[in-house]
Design a protein around this ligand. Structure first.
Ligand SMILES: Nc1ncnc2c1ncn2[C@@H]1O[C@H](COP(=O)(O)OP(=O)(O)OP(=O)(O)O)[C@@H](O)[C@H]1O
Ligand SMILES: [Mg+2]
Length: 235
């Protein structure tokens, strides 16, 4: 579904991504793990075209999307819940969700998708009129994921959904992500520092180090790889 080839991304003179290859197959959860500054968010931002690559290919459903306008990429079926959530704090929960659906023309189905989101995150339904900025951290994360879902993506990009969330809730967020994939067949590219939990729900994973892919493989195999356990799983 997504095929990234020889991707290079620069910030001025700094090469943040150094010619990587990443593939995401339909119906899979694929995780990028790596330390702070490894380039994980840069990859997701480049897929969404928030930043433009210096070179390389990004094919989605067989179509080259590198450098397309960001709204076009959402229309094609790729949406992102960005790091730090970036919800609209002065807008209500309902308005934030409406913003997620702004590229859609199938107004009739939006209500149906909203109901699906409420079965996943019932808390949001109770708080529809509340300003987004007054939600708790975990609730804001639920809202950011739900807002991305409102565009009815084929591929969902999730940048550190567990960031700033209490450990007890982190597990729940991952269970919801897994449930979402199982219920809808959604394809997910996940970025996480919580490697243990991320690998537990993933099919395949890549280990990123200073802009390069150091290791890749079946998520279960990587989770049992001693090198990965030592560097990313705190052993
Ligand atoms: N706008 C920018 N201008 C210059 N350098 C940047 C910019 N954004 C990111 N960088 C640099 O690019 C590198 C990769 O950053 P990126 O945000 O992709 O890392 P990350 O893997 O998502 O890290 P984290 O886990 O801390 O979120 C870092 O060294 C960062 O300082
Ligand atoms: Mg990041």
């Amino acid at each position: 579904m997504l095929k990234i080839e020889n991707l290079v991304v620069n910030y001025g003179a700094i090469q943040a991504i150094k010619g990587i290859n990443v593939e995401v197959k339909q119906g899979e959860i694929v995780t990028l793990i790596g330390a702070n500054g490894a380039g994980k968010s840069t990859i997701l931002r480049t897929i969404s075209s928030i930043i433009k690559p210096a070179s390389g290919k990004i094919a989605f459903d067989g179509r080259d999307i590198a450098g397309m306008p960001p709204h076009k990429i959402v229309e094609l079926g790729v949406s992102q819940a960005p790091e730090g959530r970036m919800i609209f704090s002065n807008l209500s929960v309902q308005e934030n969700l409406d913003m997620g659906a702004y590229t859609r023309k199938d107004r009739d189905n939006i209500k149906y998708d909203l109901e699906l989101i409420f079965t996943l995150f019932p808390r949001l339904k109770e708080r529809l009129k509340q300003p987004g900025g007054t939600l708790s951290g975990g609730e804001q994360q639920m809202l950011a994921i739900s807002r991305a879902l409102m565009s009815k993506p084929k591929l969902l990009l999730l940048d550190e959904p567990s960031l700033g969330i209490a450990p007890i809730l982190v597990k729940q967020i991952f269970e919801k992500i897994k449930a979402l994939k199982d219920a809808t067949g959604l394809t997910i590219l996940l970025v996480e520092q919580n490697a243990n939990l991320a690998l537990s729900i993933s099919n395949y994973a890549y280990v990123l180090e200073t802009g390069d892919i150091k290791l890749e493989g079946d998520a279960k195999e990587l989770a049992s790889n001693p090198e990965v356990r030592k560097a990313y799983l705190g052993e």
